[in-house]
Design a protein around this ligand. Structure first.
Ligand code: F0G
Length: 459
């Protein structure tokens, strides 16, 4: 079966409503053409993010009831710790309420001015947490990642040449850790191959630099390895995960993705001394080491979710639902990042709207139209998100103008995906009528969250 049906039946439903065109026009005006400002209940299909939006299983809901809310030594913590250890093999497990806190705790300890942290591509919170501590975050993904049309089975791979050059240029003493984001969210949700992970580790070992994973979507990465990399077809996801994690010295994790929960995260590592220092900071800003900002019931739900996410029938359905949407779009000649990643389809907005220059935010113009006409919320990953009014004109626009359609886990059916594809197809046919946008307000940092925009009037 190319597109396996959902490997679950639906026990609880949440109604979603279609609003009228006029209502959506009004809501967009109020929100300053920024979809972050929309009330979620006014959205028909919400593809803003796959983070914290998963549907939990009956087992997870059941586990919530047995959550142990003891302040110290909660029974639920030990289950959580065991789940993390059995997958990663790391001995120090530090719970956090979401991924960015794990990043913040780690970087608070190891980043200061002059420090360089390489990654295939940093996610925006990872980059921001490094830069907040005056460090420099470098993206060293292979060049194929910047060409949407070029097929590569592991477009999230680190460019080993760029990594070696970086180490020799800055010196290993300025690089306390190197990251690999699996899958590479900022680069299209693209996987990293086991071979690349092994080679990155070997290179880093020559310079005594530890390797960490940003492991939010580890199970999706493992599934791609199983499907696409020689020698892994017969291995279980747990075996692949165990091998993968064995090449790294630690990881940060937002359980809001492949933990299949609505909140949670952790930092796991093999470094007692560093773990002890991080734990002291954890107690100060997040919580006691056996809950770290989560309720006992959250820990229970993660322990179950981490196992469920490695189920192959789930992963086959999950990745093929993304593939299904991608193929419907490609059939209509809508350009996307190829191949589609594990959690989202990324539409090439510059190809979709060639008449709108980057300075007029083609990605955001598409996002606005998709909501206005069809009630679908997507997110722009382009000039609005990464541009900077203070940068030089040439440097102020990113390489790609993308619109991400992130698919929440176990939430929408295939028919919802068909609706999304038909909506984009309709828009594509009348794309000449879509106009560019300009900013009327922007914050100095992370401007996309609060920016206000207006349509550029026709000349
Ligand atoms: N790393 C990656 C690769 C992520 O995709 C995210 C979150 C984080 C770290 C931070 O985790 O939100 O739990 O603090 N990504 C979400 C997204 C927000 O929409 O892609 P967090």
């Amino acid at each position: 079966m190319r597109f396996p049906a959902e490997p679950f039946k639906i026990k609880v439903v949440e109604p979603i409503q279609k609003t009228s065109y006029e209502e959506r026009v009004h809501l967009l005006e109020q929100a300053g053409l920024n979809i972050f400002g929309l009330p979620a209940e006014k959205i028909y299909i919400d593809l803003l993010t796959d983070s914290g939006t998963s549907a939990m299983s009956d087992h997870q809901w059941g586990a919530l009831m047995i959550g142990d809310e003891a302040y110290a030594g909660s029974k639920s913590y030990y289950k959580f710790e065991q789940a993390v250890k059995s997958i990663t093999g790391y001995k120090d497990v530090i719970p956090t309420h979401q991924g960015r806190v794990a990043e913040n705790l780690l970087f608070s300890m190891i980043v200061k001015k002059g420090i360089i942290i390489p990654n295939n591509s940093h996610f925006d919170t990872t980059r921001a947490n490094i830069e907040y501590h005056d460090g420099q975050a470098l993206d060293l993904v292979i060049d194929e990642a910047y060409h949407p049309e070029v097929y590569h089975p592991f477009k999230g791979n680190m460019d080993l040449g760029k990594l070696e050059h970086t180490i020799t240029k800055f010196g290993a003493e300025r690089i306390p850790v190197c990251f690999l984001t699996i899958t590479n969210n900022s680069g299209g949700g693209q996987p990293v191959s086991m071979q690349n992970i092994r080679e990155v580790k070997a290179l880093l070992a020559r310079f005594n630099i530890p390797l960490f994973f940003d492991a939010c979507r580890f199970a999706e990465n493992c599934f791609f390895i199983k499907q696409r990399e020689h020698g892994y077809a017969e291995k279980s996801i747990a075996e692949i995960a165990r091998e993968m994690f064995s090449y790294a010295d630690g990881c940060t994790m937002s359980a809001k993705k492949d933990g299949l929960v609505n909140i949670g995260g952790f930092l796991a590592l093999n470094n007692d001394e560093l773990a002890k220092r991080i734990t002291n900071l954890l107690i100060l800003i997040e919580g006691f080491p056996t809950y770290g900002g989560m309720a006992g019931r959250d820990l229970e739900a993660i322990a179950v979710g981490l196992q469920e996410v490695m189920d192959e029938s789930y992963l086959a359905y999950r990745t093929s639902q993304v593939q299904y949407l991608a193929e419907l779009l490609e059939k209509e000649n809508i350009s996307i990042i190829k191949p589609p990643g594990g959690h989202a389809v990324y539409v090439d907005a510059q190809h979709f709207l060639p008449h709108i220059p980057p300075a007029q935010f083609p990605g955001q113009a598409l996002v606005v139209e998709l909501y206005k006409k069809f009630g679908i919320r997507a997110v722009e990953i382009g000039s609005l998100m990464f541009g900077n009014k203070n940068a030089l004109a040439a440097a102020s626009h990113p390489t790609l103008e993308l619109v991400r359609l992130a698919i929440p886990r176990r939430v929408y059916t295939t028919m919802h995906m068909t609706y999304v594809a038909e909506a984009l197809t309709e828009l594509f046919k009348s794309r000449n009528q879509i106009k560019g946008l300009r900013l009327t307000y922007e914050a100095p940092v992370l401007r996309h969250f609060t920016a206000r925009l207006e349509t550029v009037p026709p000349h």
